[in-house]
Design a protein around this ligand. Sequence first.
Ligand code: GLN
Length: 517
Amino acid sequence: LSAQSGELLGHPKGLFVCFMTEMWERFAFYGMKTLLLLYLTKYHLFADADGYLLLGTYAGLAYALPLLGGLLADRYLGMRKAVIFGGLLLVLGQLGMAYTGDAATGIQGQGVRDEFALQVMYASLALIGVGVGFLKPNISTIVGRLYADNDPRRDSGFTIFYMGINVGAFLASIVVGYIGETIGWGWGFGLAGVMMALGLVQFVLGQKHLLGQAEPSDPVALRAPVFAGISREWMIYLGGLVLAVVVWQVLQTRVSFAPLTAMLGGHEPTLTEVVAVLMGAALFAWFIRLMLTDLTRVEKGRMIVLMVLIVVSALFWGLYEQSYGPWVAMADRAMDRDTFGITWTAGQTTAFGALFVILFSLPFAWLWPKLDKMGMNPSYPAKFAWGLVFCGLAFGVLAWSAANPGSDGLVSVWWLVLAYAVLVVGEMVLSPIGLAAVTSLSIKRAVGLMMGAWFLFSAFGEIIAGRMGTWASIAPNADGSFDIPRALGVYSSVFTDMMWIGLAGGVLMFALTPLLK
Ligand code: GLN
């Protein structure tokens, strides 16, 4: 395939076009995530629990919508057009955030609860969510299509791509995090929008390198008018905008239904949680129907393994995503964030995760083929089990550090660095591997949808993370400060519980591995 357009560093050039696009998309998404909890609690005066829930809801929607974006691209739009449309929505959403931040008024840190600004924020989050939905699954699927079926470069291709994701995330934490917390929230959000726009221009200029792999399956049907002279393509775009309006409302709605509230131990579920469960049920219904069609035994077996991996990934992300919630809160409230004369802002500490991914990517890309040659490459399920184990251990590190603060009563940020290092080992054996598994285990005609399913379970993870985050809620003192020993006590006990959840999940997965193999 790649012979048609030339290679770069031994990979098809299109990989780097996708790399750059996804890098800026993630810059926008993680810029948002880095700041969101701090922005909500400090600027919009949200209580911790409401902050964690909205963080989970927003990220959850952003990962649930790829199911739809993947499906629409598979069936009608093709990946290329979907990426461009999604990118435009992302830019719009970031600009909305720039407006609603304090850029215009400069009231950083004073705390306001301005209903109009809040509504602009929800609308912007919705645009970003729908934008991610159109962009993220499709850019990942294009990467898979640049390689022939049995091309041995596929896994390392995804590792490189995954690095792009994390260069974006790293820059977002460092730059957007810094600007947002020190200069003004709106400036941070706005910068993310500008960079996404540049990334999109880059994609459009580089689209020839996608080798026609991202085109609509039936361009004629796409152009045909379907309603009031409007083509199917434009109906999809209009539908995307309508969806953004719906999501805008969904984001801020809780469901008052007593039995559900009782099930959640007295907490009202968010509408997002309910929608996510329904989407999950629909996915399973589709999957079971697919299993009843005339797939071969091998195809069925692979699809089942893939589905199990996807389901397990939700537990991993549920734990992992605490890093953008309670980990940030702990860094903000109870950590000494000085290293080598640099004082990190709390949001900036999320950069450690992305940094370790970047550092570990090449060693892992090198490791898998080596292990393979020695016949020691762990199977997909075993890799996932290891992922959960490392994730659990990372919480162990942080729980221990919270129970043993330094003489100043604070925890050194180095413990957070160590926790991230351990967490990211878990990520490396699970997340890029999961993407590769989707494109290699799925039957061909369902790759886009399965990619959507992969992200849907990231959505469950985010939503679970939001819920679990509420365990770590801490009420501030009357003057807005925090009782540090009390806060550390809460973090220590909650993170210990999370450690056990990760370890138990890992052991369970190891037990399942022989069966899945
Ligand atoms: N960190 C990766 C990304 O942003 C994976 C996230 C996920 O699948 N939950 O793409």
